[in-house]
Write a protein that binds this ligand. Sequence first.
Ligand SMILES: [Zn+2]
Length: 70
Amino acid sequence: MFCSKCGKQIDDSSGWCIHCGAQCGGAQVAKASAKKTVVLIAVIVVVVAAIFAAVLGSAFLRGGAGLFGT
Ligand SMILES: [Zn+2]
């Protein structure tokens, strides 16, 4: 494959460029990317849960007010 930084051909199994030293492909990059995805999913789940709780909470309050307000 070719280095993503300098564009020179490097060994597929090395994972890093012998010309400029940049990390290219390989298991380490894939692992880091997977970890980033897991963190992103965790953040989305927390945000969705917070929004869901807020909507559910306000709906419950509105329902309660409607029940006891009239
Ligand atoms: Zn390079």
